[in-house]
Design a protein around this ligand. Structure first.
Ligand code: ATP
Length: 226
């Protein structure tokens, strides 16, 4: 198995949009969200960061290396989105992987002025207070919440915290971090859970997952059992 490697980064000053997930496997819902959020925020870079074993959910079905390789295949042929594998590498080094550590590290790498925007599904927002140091995330990045079919609303104390940091119009490019924005994205009712269920029961996941990823899944016999 090829080991995941870290990416090199550019010298532009526009916002960098960051999208974390288990990507088990990456699907069209993820890719469409990245494209639309990148456009909505006028960002020329969207980085996808596969998470290792998220502390607040179960083990991914596929290992780190196959998830990274599926992501690389999904991103072939376009130039806005790129994979950043630091969370997988951190876990391989035996360290726990938390978003706050990723944001702190990225901020140190890109310097204090360039806007960072961490995308968050509305389902994740509802559980934000289970994240390590969640109230400090805004020290390093903006948070942009994506609409998602069927998502729950956050508990009152999270909602109150976020309301206090609601982004004033047009400040995403003038502040490097510190605000919360909402982004409306297409409502695609696709989940990796659904994709895995289709594949394990021998049905097709075509048009939910890029063909190049489906080819990888078939070549490596992934998701036969879940
Ligand atoms: P699973 O079904 O295994 O929980 P998932 O499809 O939700 O996986 P993740 O990798 O866990 O995918 O999610 C990464 C991010 O992508 C999360 O913020 C999640 O809310 C978001 N996301 C996943 N699918 C969609 C979708 N169809 N539309 C919008 N956002 C999505």
């Amino acid at each position: 198995m090829t080991q995941p490697t870290a990416t090199t980064h550019s010298i532009s000053n526009g916002p960098i949009v960051l999208f974390g997930g288990t990507f088990d496997p990456i699907h069209m819902g993820h890719l469409r969200v990245c494209l639309e959020a990148g456009e909505a925020l006028a960002a020329d870079e969207v980085w996808l960061l596969p998470s290792a074993t998220p502390p607040n959910r179960g083990l991914p079905n596929a290992g780190a290396a196959p998830r990274a390789q599926m992501l690389e295949r999904a991103l072939q042929g376009q130039s806005v989105m790129r994979a950043d594998l630091r969370e997988l590498l951190r876990q391989q080094a035996g360290k726990p992987s938390y978003t706050i550590d990723t944001l702190r590290e990225l901020r140190a790498e890109i310097g204090p002025t360039r806007p960072l925007v961490w995308l968050l599904g509305a389902d994740q927002l509802a559980k934000l207070d289970t994240w390590k140091d969640w109230q400090r995330l805004l020290d390093f990045a903006h948070l942009a919440v994506l609409t998602r079919p069927g998502a729950a609303t956050p508990p009152h104390h999270v909602d109150a915290f976020l309301r206090a940091h609601r982004m004033p119009k047009a400040s995403i490019n003038t502040a490097p971090a510190g605000y919360l924005a909402g982004i409306e994205v297409s409502q695609l009712a696709i989940s990796a859970t659904k994709v895995r269920a289709l594949l394990s029961s021998g049905r097709s996941a075509r048009y939910l997952v890029p063909d190049a990823v489906l080819d990888y899944i078939a070549e490596h016999g992934l998701y036969k059992a879940i």
